[in-house]
Structure formats: structure tokens, C-alpha cells
Design a protein. Structure first.
Length: 91
């Protein structure tokens, strides 16, 4: 399997707008695992991993659906982590 992992920081008006719940809902349509959570500095942090096409499709759909709220995305490719079995909202 061609699995990849991405660590993303979303900046903009991304808290209090349903961002995490939208990401969680979108994730159901893709073979991705990881998490999304609010950070105390007003950003949203995400770890997404899975087959390359699923991760890229997932992130593309988030960008499209939340375009009015995202000002900047910091995306880093990281090694896939062991232990994720679903995509979850964490606190």
C-alpha cells in the first residue's frame, strides 16, 4: 500500500465554525485515519494518513468546503504512525 501521512495546521477563522465536525464528516468518504483538534492559539491541527489518493482527496475536499475560513495551511509530510484505526476529533 502506498500510505502517506500529513501533519497540517490550518490558520484563519477555523474555530467555532464547525471545522472539526466538517473534517470528521468528510473523512467518512475516504480511507483515512488520524485526528483533528483545536489548538489554544486559534489554529486547527490535523494528522491524516492513508493511501495517497485518499489523503489528497480528503485534504482537497476540506480546502474546497472550508475555503471561506482557511487563510493558510502549513502541510508537512511525515512518516505514517502506528495505532490510528479511525479519523477522530480529539480535544
Amino acid at each position: 500500500m502506498n500510505e502517506i501521512a500529513k501533519h497540517i495546521i490550518f490558520k484563519g477563522h477555523v474555530q467555532g465554525v464547525g471545522f472539526r465536525f466538517t473534517a470528521h464528516h468528510i473523512a467518512r468518504g475516504y480511507d483515512v485515519t488520524g485526528f483533528v483538534r483545536n489548538v489554544s492559539d486559534g489554529t486547527v491541527e490535523m494528522h491524516a494518513q492513508g493511501p495517497k489518493q485518499d489523503v489528497e482527496g480528503f485534504l482537497g475536499e476540506i480546502q474546497e468546503r472550508m475555503a471561506g475560513y482557511i487563510r493558510q495551511m502549513q502541510v508537512e509530510t511525515i512518516p505514517p504512525a502506528v495505532g490510528y484505526t479511525a479519523f477522530e476529533i480529539t480535544f
